[in-house]
Design a protein around this ligand. Structure first.
Ligand code: NAI
Ligand code: MG
Length: 482
């Protein structure tokens, strides 16, 4: 295994273009070793307030610039991220535990978000309304003002691109609170953006605990729009805070997404993608393919093929670039282990089910790829988001049953459909309640061009794609009587 000597670093918050140290810090842990790698500013209400003021101060001038001008700055941020790509990828791996190849891909995607919104903002127009010859009516799209962003630890670099780039493109200024488990790349991208020419105060990064800094941000009266990605439990709190201040909110809250394999599917194509959709990021992906619904005739074959693939996967420190890195924290690993233990009495464990005991893995938060078969739809492991490398498999006998099973959880984020029958695929895609449906493919976490968001407990509102430009603006109808 790779031994890295890590110098403990101390990180202040980025507020108004300045480094702000509140005097208190908390530890940031390397999930591969359990060792403290950094001390990060523990901010609270005063720092959140300072960041909101800084954003408020910067916002009018930023919004007054032309779309092309703002887009130019976003392009320079994308270039700066690409220029620092290797440094950022290593930082992301160190902080989150993810395999280096995944971290490199994530950093490339983060840059792409800034490019994508730099381009689309120039083609984002308002409308005119033909109210008759006596009127001239335009619908302008205006930024909300100051936007608050609370992001999780699973894809910190990507999340900065996904949520900050469209907010800035449309003329908002932002306050971001990263998760307490992973702040290093959001902070670094914040500084890179400043160096790339983003005005001070336009993008503030305030680190701290959810109940302190996060709660202060979501309830701050100076916030005009909230974007949250994380657990359903905290999503409810964010929704309440938004209701209190009457501000729009986008909540993306995870899922229990299913791959549905019909009898005529091309299994050579399906099995590798299905495997990847749950082991990517060690299963810590909101849109992970966490359930596998298979038509009866394929049941044994798919189970055996997936199990064989799972047994062949490598687990290790992210810097060694294995198939699976560690989970983010001891808490997350214990949560996964407890759900797997519940699963043992609910279904048949095919492979995995424990922490691997390989050399050099003892300090980290590793968990084996795990497959359960014959999982009844009412089982806990079939309904709850596990957020680990755990796939639950359930056979079905016809398409109606498949549709019912696919929709049979409280979540609705993504679905995958595997069949050679175009009509069956399309009919099923229409029936499933999910923000994204993939046919003969599965895009966990990817696809910046595709609008993304949930149904039911997976949340509401959309990010990604052109649609995010609508989310980060509101309309103003200006009617002139001639
Ligand atoms: P979490 O919802 O507590 O954390 C997400 C973010 O919310 C973090 O930045 C955190 O600091 C912040 N936060 C926490 N409490 C807050 C509060 N009272 N007010 C404002 N902000 C607050 O998620 P956690 O505990 O890290 O993970 C628990 C489970 O949530 C996971 O096992 C998984 O099932 C789900 N989850 C889903 C994610 C997704 O991508 N949709 C990402 C992370 C977790
Ligand atoms: Mg960390």
């Amino acid at each position: 295994m790779t031994t890295t000597t890590i110098e403990r670093t101390r990180h202040a918050a980025l507020i108004g273009g300045e480094s702000v140290d509140p005097g208190m810090t908390f530890d940031d842990v390397d999930p591969a070793t359990g060792e403290v790698i950094a001390e990060v500013a523990r901010c609270g209400p005063p720092e959140i307030d300072a960041a909101v003021r800084a954003a408020r101060g910067a916002q009018p001038a930023w919004a007054e610039r032309s779309a092309a001008d703002r887009g130019g700055v976003l392009r320079r941020i994308a270039d700066a991220i690409r220029a620092a790509a290797e440094e950022l990828a290593r930082l992301e791996t160190l902080d989150t535990g993810k395999p280096l190849a995944q971290a490199r891909a994530d950093v490339a995607v983060a840059a792409r978000y800034f490019d994508f919104y730099a381009g689309t903002i120039e083609a984002f127009y308002g409308d005119t309304v033909p109210l008759g010859s006596e009127f001239f009516v335009v619908i302008e799209r205006e930024p909300h003002g100051v936007t608050g962003h609370i992001i999780p630890w699973n894809y910190p670099a990507q999340m900065v691109g996904r949520t900050i780039a469209p907010a800035l493109a449309t003329g908002n200024c932002c306050v971001l609170k990263p998760a307490e488990e992973a702040q290093l790349t959001p902070l670094r991208i914040g500084w890179l953006a400043l160096e790339a020419g983003l005005p001070a105060g336009a993008f503030n990064v305030v680190t701290g605990f959810g109940e302190e800094a996060g709660a202060a941000l979501s309830s701050h009266p100076g916030i005009d729009h909230l974007s949250f990605t994380g657990s359903t439990e905290v999503g409810r709190l964010i929704g309440k805070a938004a209701a209190e201040n009457i501000v729009p909110v986008t909540v993306e809250l995870g899922g229990k997404s299913a791959n549905i394999v019909l009898a005529d599917a091309d299994l050579d194509r399906a099995v590798p993608v299905i495997t990847r959709s749950i082991i990517q990021n060690a299963g810590q992906t909101c849109s992970a393919g966490a359930r596998l619904l298979v038509e009866q005739s394929l049941h044994e074959r798919i189970r055996d093929e997936v199990a064989e693939r799972f047994r062949g996967l490598t687990v290790g420190p992210g810097l060694d670039d294995p198939d699976l890195g560690p989970l983010i924290s001891a808490r997350q690993r214990d949560r996964v282990a407890a759900l797997v233990d519940t699963g043992r009495s609910e279904a048949t464990l095919v492979t995995g089910g424990a922490a691997p005991d390989g050399a050099g893995l003892t300090g980290g938060f590793f968990f084996e790829p795990t497959l359960f078969d014959d999982v009844p739809p009412e089982a806990t492991i079939a309904r709850e988001e596990i957020f680990g490398p755990v796939l639950v498999m359930t056979p079905f006998s016809d398409v109606d049953e498949a549709a019912e099973l696919a929709d049979g959880t409280d979540y609705g984020l993504v679905a995958g459909i595997w069949t050679r029958d175009v009509s069956a695929a399309h009919r099923l895609a229409r029936r499933v309640r999910a923000g994204q449906v993939f046919v003969n493919g599965y895009g966990a976490g990817g696809g910046i061009e595709l609008p993304f968001g949930g149904w039911k407990n997976s949340g509401h509102g959309r990010e990604k794609g052109y649609e995010a430009l609508h989310s980060y603006t509101r309309t103003k109808a200006i009617a002139i009587s001639l």
